[in-house]
Design a binder for this molecule. Sequence first.
Ligand code: HAM
Length: 436
Amino acid sequence: MEKLSPQKAEKLVAVKGMNDILPDESARWEALEQTVRGVMRRFAFENIRTPVVEQTSLFVRGTGQTTDIVMKEMYSFEDRLNGEALTLRPENTPGVVRAAIEHNLTYDGGKRLYYMGPMFRHERPQRGRYRQFYQLGVEALGFEGPEVDAEIILLAHALFKELGLKNVRVELNSLGVTGERAAHRTALIQYFEQFMDLLDDDAKKRLYTNPLRILDTKNPALKEVVHNAPMLTAFLGPESLARFESVKSALTACGVPWTINPLLVRGLDYYSHTVFEFYTDELGAQGALIGGGRYDGLFELLGGKSTPAVGWGLGMERVLELLKSQGQVASKPVPDAYAIVPDASALTTVLHCLQQLREQGVSVQMHASANAGTASMKSQFKKADASGARYALIFGVDEIASGQLTVKSLRDGIGAQTVYPLNAISQWALKLQSVA
Ligand code: HAM
């Protein structure tokens, strides 16, 4: 191999807040993704994959101009050819709605969709908060009734149950409709104006842009003022209240406990009616596992036909972290067999034999040396053992010369050996599958 010049290149590292998911960890990710796919199938949700890069205006209009995400957290850049303003998606609800409008996805009825993928927010990184993080999201498009709000909460509940996640609670609130929120907003501004000297900079900034978000403050000094503020629930009319009742009673009927949090307002602008979050107290400040709600106005806001919709997003790192802290271990997958190749001249025969086995569904790790030579049998057996494989396939020089290989058990019945003709290895594969 060509050697690099003695001058050492500067070591490159991952961008702050953006993490590698290495093989030891990725087994846990794959297990989570597999459980997700099973649950989605049971709820009849279909997968959608939209681009990671969208027009910046999609998020400005969709997520909302006054949100923290749009004001301070987006990774935005200009297209170097046409100057188009682009952004790495900080969330995927606007992207899914854009795709649904663009491809007229709801033309013949509602669509229940889900996605898993990376999102990007320029936040201060800490445990459970990253600049690139993965979200699982569900978006149910074109369904007006409160039963779908309940259904997606039940879906999240079913997922957590299947994952064996404990101590997660659901908080609910209703943000009503535009007119109700407008009346509440006026009352909120009037109320907070009496406490101008108490409000922090953030709250002052939000007072006339998005006063609802003041209710979401993390500042303990504002706790009492916020606690006594007019709550949106008091402004909800009979229709909104009845709708919210239906969601609550459906959850109760299905045995899912919930609590009401009148301060739950969500940090994104598009919500109406039901909003909810799933929390844990076991991850410190980053305890929100899922956030979501109804966003009946977003289609129109993005230039589509008025279409009711409801969804949620789940932080996959947070869920994995919680699973780990609750003692769940995911076992790393091990190969069925490890192929021991004492002589490089046998490689073509070995590769061909392994091809047949792999086509039959047997997983085989082939020994390969770091340099072109072959390692000793002893060191190959050591590697075979460390791989966790149940069998060693020994392609010895004499065996190959007589058209055979030896299968040696490395686990149960350790040391037992059987010789197979190379052209009959599929019989061993069949035997293996019948005991698996
Ligand atoms: P969100 O509340 O901004 O909602 O994010 C949903 C979840 O993503 C959070 O509860 C959290 O678990 C995770 N999350 C957010 N930011 C970070 C971060 N920096 N690092 C790690 N995890 C994070 C949305 O994004 C909406 N699109 C949800 C939705 C879908 N609403 C309707 N449909």
